[in-house]
Write a protein that binds this ligand. Sequence first.
Ligand code: HPA
Ligand code: ZN
Length: 320
Amino acid sequence: MPPIPKAELHLHIEGTLEPELAFALAARNSVELPYLSEAELRAAYSFSDLQSFLDLYYALMAVLRTEDDFADLADAYLARARAQGVRHAEIFFDPQAHTARGLEIGTVIEGLTRALDAAEERHGISTRLIMCFLRDESAESALATFEAARPYLDRIAAVGLDSAEVGNPPSKFREVYARAREAGLKCVAHAGEEGPPAYIWEALDLLGVDRVDHGVRCMEDDALVARLAAERTPLTLCPLSNVRLRVIDKLADHPLPAMLDAGLLVTVNSDDPAYFGGYADDNFTGVRDALGLDDETLRTLARNSFHASFLDEETRAKYL
Ligand code: HPA
Ligand code: ZN
């Protein structure tokens, strides 16, 4: 059976950097990697928590230097995504992780949008771009990043918030989210991955998010679950990521079925697939097999992904 058509709503483009492409870009840009081979690099993909992953994720970005690099990275992801049934992708990028290394924000955005603009024709995938702020950087840095991106806002659908969650609550970024909304952008934020339910409340009440990324820890707070269900706020779950970053012990423990039972609008996504052992459909088949989900439930998850997307009503309706 071909993979079920789906939208991917939680995908960090830098997290799609496969070892093979990392070594090719390292050679192209004369960047030295602290790993002798692709196998040795892959062997480092054993994480104890979010931070242990982030350390490698940021280190490997050193190979991304030019517009072509970002275009090649995005094109490689889109080819893989299509093979996994993805018809629409809303793609995160981390501009501060690149400007901190001396790159211009325009290099990153021009490179990514070159691949995204060609995606419909080359891969049959519609796309949106989501600019994330690094929550372990300052609120001032997020504001400066937003202003640096102003000339490119016509290419950006939404802002997001990622990186080390605990100790960096959504409240820190109120001002930049207000500015983004004023500019007509949608808003999402990672919340309740490692952080407590209180961070999800803050993302809703202080940042006014349209979706919550991860949000798995909402299940610890009944009032929060009731709120998310009543408002049909989408949650972008990433099951394989949750196992690799030890948010849960194993896929069979994932609260996804309980979340569906609670009336939550959950979607299944791949987060950083090059690091976590699977792309979009690998996450679908992973939860199907580990949790015994039936075909109707898988269709619900796929339908939810389009429903929760930022596609216009008319395009969305084609998939529902
Ligand atoms: N959580 C937070 N920040 C991230 C992640 C994640 O799973 N992936 C890339 N940046
Ligand atoms: Zn993420």
